[in-house]
Design a protein around this ligand. Structure first.
Ligand SMILES: [Zn+2]
Length: 423
């Protein structure tokens, strides 16, 4: 058997960085290098239908081994790509066995140091085996920890037919980091009733809530003239745009002034000339009404500014981006309940929380596959200080296997399986 660590070390060495500026799908062909490897490994595990489709998605099925015929089909999902923010080429993973809590200086760039107090959750890992990159790249635990955990759980289920489970689906997606991970997924082909993305942070966390998200574009049409003869006529769209930004609240409703369940109005791009300027915003909140309030406020600010520019006009365009998955998950309480049960069986105290962002799961939930996010152990993602501990990854494998058992209904005689999976 390969351990989850062995799998993880092998996957992070494959460069799978996605590219937000690419027009192809997947955005980078190199993501298929890992996806192809995963298909080969799934075949080696005896999972015969594993395949890579033309869009770069890996689909696989572990058939039911239970006599029961009414068990929902459960999918586990992770993404193979890594963030465009930091290089993912030539990753050199380092395992710091039995870490004693001292600073971890990354050898290829000694300015990169993992230090207790600076990185959250690191203080909980003393005595564990920590995996980091070498200082010049990210590690790729986001989300290759999840990929390795799902693969290790699949291997465990295949090797232990005495563990009864229903039909289990595996889905590895490309391009999550560029927001396109669910764009070409075929949910009919997948055929799952419920899913779990394995892409969360600290051990024991379960995320069932994401932001709801809209984009707003304000297109300002000013009045353009020759600047030498502009007296009383020119209405400069750039100045109108600047005034709108200046009137945004300073001590609230921005990413830098909010936390937890508070939403915000966030300008992300400005472009223009004196005749026309375009302001792009992202609006975030946990409720749809919260989104609408923020959009109304922004519109009010715009109208207020326009009062001083009587011959200028503006368009206000709202685009829906994604919605809080809780709306869907509340209709399917078993999905959360069973994950919480599996975590408790693994000896964890589950922490239910919300994500100040979106996940593939939020889109999948609205596409018809209710899909919360469970921990993968990944930390400090999208940075050169990214880390994951072997012990957290092993716990995640245990929880994935546990979720399969709980859905089958055989959890009553559940015994801890972590030890067996470390061999
Ligand atoms: Zn991720």
């Amino acid at each position: 058997m390969s351990s989850v660590l062995e799998r993880f070390l092998s996957y992070v060495k494959v460069d799978t960085q996605s590219d937000p500026n690419s027009e192809t799908f997947p955005s980078t062909a190199k993501q298929r290098d890992l996806s192809n490897q995963l298909v080969i490994e799934l075949h080696q595990l005896g999972i015969e239908d594993a395949h890579l489709d033309e869009h770069g998605y890996v689909y696989a099925t572990i058939p039911s081994n239970s006599e029961k015929t009414d068990i929902p089909v459960i999918c586990f999902c992770s993404h193979v790509d890594t963030s465009p923010d930091v290089s993912g080429a030539f990753v050199k993973p380092i395992v710091h066995y039995n870490w004693d809590g001292s600073d971890i200086v990354l050898p290829d760039d000694p300015t990169q140091v993992l230090r207790i107090g600076e990185l959250h959750d690191l203080d909980t890992q003393i005595g564990n085996d920590i995996v980091t990159a070498s200082g010049t790249t990210l590690l790729g635990a986001d989300n290759k920890a999840g990929v390795a955990e799902i693969m290790a759980a699949a291997e465990y289920l295949q090797a232990h037919p005495e563990i009864k489970h229903g039909t289990i689906k595996i889905l590895f997606t490309p391009d999550e980091e560029v927001g396109r991970g669910t764009e070409k997924v075929d949910l009919v082909k997948l055929g799952a009733d419920y899913g779990y993305t394995v892409d969360g942070e600290a051990v024991g966390t379960l995320e069932d809530e994401t932001f709801s998200a809209d984009g707003v574009r304000i297109i300002i049409h000013g009045v353009s003239t020759h600047p030498g003869y502009a007296l009383g006529k020119l209405e400069n769209a750039l100045k109108i745009a600047g005034e709108v930004l200046a009137k945004l609240p300073k001590d609230s409703l921005s990413p830098e002034t909010t936390a937890d369940k508070q939403g915000f109005i966030h300008p992300v791009q400005i472009e223009g000339i004196q005749e026309k300027a375009v302001l792009s915003f992202i609006i975030r909140d946990f409720t749809e009404s919260g989104l609408h309030e923020k959009e109304a406020l922004l519109k009010e600010i715009l109208n207020e500014v326009l009062k001083s520019y009587p011959n200028s006009t503006a368009e206000f365009k709202v685009t829906e981006q994604y919605r809080n998955m809780k709306e869907i998950l509340d209709q399917h309480p078993k999905v959360l309940e069973n994950a919480l049960t599996a975590m408790k069986m693994a000896g964890l105290s589950p922490i239910q929380r919300s994500i100040r962002g979106g996940t593939d799961g939020s889109r999948l939930s609205f596409m018809g596959l209710p899909c919360p996010n469970i921990f993968a152990g990944e930390h400090a993602f999208h940075s050169r200080l990214e880390w994951v501990s072997v012990q957290d990854m092993e716990k995640a494998v245990e929880v994935i296997v546990g979720i399969c058992r709980v859905w089958e209904g055989n959890a009553s005689n559940f015994d801890r399986v972590a030890g067996a999976m470390i061999e």
